[in-house]
Design a protein around this ligand. Structure first.
Ligand code: AMP
Length: 143
């Protein structure tokens, strides 16, 4: 790899920019500093509807349905595919919390859980989160 120092910085020539972009993307994905991490640590505001020692649930800022709540683990797992065997009980707990929140919100048995995994599947915040969507008819398949 050819490195060209400019004003004390290292510039990587265009031929290598793709691999640099991939590296940055991975670093970004592995970062703990997301808005959801901040909410989990109490450093950013959210309309929290449920919390316990493992996870919390709060209203989505741009709701896609009359009821749209996000359940996140306190542990900063970036994507579902980054979860490990040791996270099994945490993941199960998140689903039971989703049940509780749906009941609390009066949704009965009519709600949907969605996890967007990775940028290509629509994930925009790289702190694992489960969408609880309800309060209207939900069509299938989703877009
Ligand atoms: P996803 O596209 O699956 O990563 O979902 C991210 C969701 O987070 C979107 O539905 C956003 O509307 C929502 N969102 C982003 N920032 C905030 C925030 N600060 N508070 C609540 N919801 C947010």
């Amino acid at each position: 790899m050819r490195l060209v120092p400019v004003s004390g910085e290292v510039v990587i020539l265009p031929a290598f920019s793709y691999s640099l972009a991939k590296l940055n993307q991975r670093d970004f994905v592995m970062s703990e500093d997301t808005i959801f991490g901040k909410i989990a640590r109490g450093e950013a505001d959210a309309k929290i509807v449920y919390e316990d020692d493992q996870c919390l649930a709060f209203r989505d800022m741009f709701p896609a349905a009359p009821m749209h709540i996000l359940v996140i683990p306190r542990k900063p797992i970036p994507r579902l595919c980054d979860a490990e065997e040791t996270d099994a009980s945490l993941l199960g707990h998140m689903m039971l919390v989703a049940n509780k929140v749906a009941e609390q919100e009066g949704l009965g048995d009519k709600f949907r859980l969605v996890i967007n995994n990775g940028e290509g599947a629509g994930q925009s915040v790289f702190h694992l989160h489960m969408h609880i969507i309800g309060g209207r008819d939900l069509s299938w398949p989703p877009g």
